[in-house]
Design a protein around this ligand. Sequence first.
Ligand SMILES: O=P(O)(O)OC[C@@]1(O)O[C@H](CO)[C@@H](O)[C@@H]1O
Length: 404
Amino acid sequence: MADTPFAPVILGNEPGSFPHSVLAERHPAIISQVRDAFPYGPGQHRALDELLKSCTEGTVEPLPADAPDRDRWQEWDLADHTGRSWYDVPWLWSESWFYRRLLQAVGYFGPGAWQGVDPFRPFKRAELDAPETGEELAALDGLRDLPEEDRARALLHGSLWGNRADLGFRLSAAGAEAREPAPALVADDSETLWSLLPPGGAGTLVLVADNAGRELVPDLLLIAHLLTEGRAARVVLHVKPYPYYVSDATTADVVDALRRLRTAPGAAGEYGRALWSALGDGRLDVRAHPFSCAPLPYERMPGDLRADFAAATLTLLKGDLNYRRLVGDRLWPPTTPFARVTEHFPGPVGALRTLKSDVITGLSARTEDALVAAEGQRWRTDGTHALIQVSPAGRGASAATSRR
Ligand SMILES: O=P(O)(O)OC[C@@]1(O)O[C@H](CO)[C@@H](O)[C@@H]1O
């Protein structure tokens, strides 16, 4: 990134800042929610107590010698951060570390009876079963008679705004759901997006999912539309290999959402059944790559994942965390071009995100000025603004074109 301005990596050590509040308040709140949701035994309670102490006033500790992912975390900078306060290492890193340690505390990685029991499952299930989800699905019937472009646009916006449904975010942004979203996007490259996914195109879309439940459902509906209308011949859906950031989608969550969709009445049920058969014949594929839970920016992705993204016509990343990982978790000047900070990406890439952390790029000076004049800096984190950003040419794009 030759002439990209210097931008500091975000740490969590500034009291009063959003990252600090996540470490000092959100993580302890998550521990107590998880503790209340399961009949854990004394060993798990002890481990949760230790985690609470470590994450609020302790330092990063090594993983046990028999941890199955020890080598991976060594590659992911664990040795560099061991012994340092959680607040003094990159915020992106300490957040991922928190979820890794929480799963360890409740026995998720086993061995033992609690192996594989998702500590966030009750919260995710409650969302999927909520009456609002049924209402959103029923509303799909109203789209039936619209021209294809209008349905595509409505489903794209459904997927975008679905990103407000983030359970971790709601823990610390009280009233976030109740606040009205701002309808105008702070950046909107949707024309470029649609030019990469034209009707009758034979391309592959990679969609990197974010939250389960009320975000994953509209993501799946968008995918169903793209496949059934021939805007994508194939879709690869990337999810998390283990529970993460409370509501992030895993394969089990995809299955839950598909079962919910398949049995819904009307258009939603049709979409659900179309997705079910697309999985059966390989037009839709689900992947859960270990790097999806890595505490690192995508710039450091491993070769096999890079190859997956390079082979896609377009990779769309959902949500705030994926955005931070895509552009780098740094305090960029907001007018830094999105295309420049995503140059490292191996192919065309886009972001669908509601703004829930300080990181932002690709704004016009006019948009930034208007946001600051109206709201100070609150627009960055309160989840009421959204963007669609697309860069049609990552570094590997020319090489990948021949494969598309
Ligand atoms: O990725 P998502 O679900 O859109 O948002 C994740 C999030 O809630 O978690 C981080 C703070 O913990 C922020 O980046 C963001 O607010």
